[in-house]
Design a protein around this ligand. Structure first.
Ligand code: SF4
Length: 197
């Protein structure tokens, strides 16, 4: 289902004005999202980190650098909302915990994602980056954990495509799972390139 331009703009404004978690966000609400009804690719990540909270630019951090490298995608396309929608599981920075950033605010995706995805009728591929996106969107288990789910990417039905998080904290995971760069990344790049060819 698609929505009109006015409705679309109103939805984005409502998201950017959202204060639902104001009392639970240590740095306050600052929803970071990029989308447009013409987008063919959506990237569902985790939540903004501190740098993105400050800049307001999604994936403008080392994780984003690695993700663009995985996709062989330059910043011009990545930041064009008519091509790529950037939709985290939580739109606001949740703050830091004992071992890295806290999980995305649990209320965010159930509050906003359905309306957003209904407004993106051209989507053909949705990258599920990290465990939170995979747990939320993959109804059927494709493995016991993220590693098994990513390894089983060929059995995951379109439009979904599971990926590990590209955070520098995951360097060890990448070293331990060399099949990801050898088998999965070439297929991912082919799938993404095909969206605009
Ligand atoms: S995390 Fe989501 S639901 Fe919570 S304040 Fe931000 S936009 Fe609203």
């Amino acid at each position: 289902m698609s929505i009109g331009n006015q409705d679309w703009q109103a939805l984005l404004t409502r998201i950017r004005d959202c204060r639902l978690c104001a009392e639970d966000l240590p740095h306050g609400p600052r929803p970071v999202v990029q989308a447009h009804p013409e987008a063919r690719l959506a990237i569902v990540g985790q939540a903004p980190g501190r740098a993105v909270h400050q800049s307001g630019v999604p994936w403008q951090d080392p994780s984003g650098d690695r993700l663009r490298e995985w996709l062989h995608m330059d910043a011009g396309r990545f930041y064009n909302p008519r091509q790529v929608a950037l939709i985290p599981m939580g739109f606001c920075y949740p703050g830091k915990g004992a071992s890295g950033d806290l999980p995305p605010m649990a209320v965010c995706a159930p509050t906003w994602h359905n309306a957003l995805f209904q407004a993106l009728p051209e989507l053909q591929t949705v990258l599920l980056v990290g465990q939170y996106a995979q747990r939320h969107y993959l109804e059927q288990a494709h493995g016991r954990n993220l590693t098994e789910t990513v390894k089983a990417w060929q059995r995951v039905p379109a439009p979904w495509f599971p990926l590990p998080h590209p955070s520098p904290r995951n360097r060890l995971w990448l070293r331990r799972n060399p099949w990801f760069e050898v088998d999965v990344l070439p297929a991912l790049r082919k799938r993404v390139e095909g969206l605009w060819s």
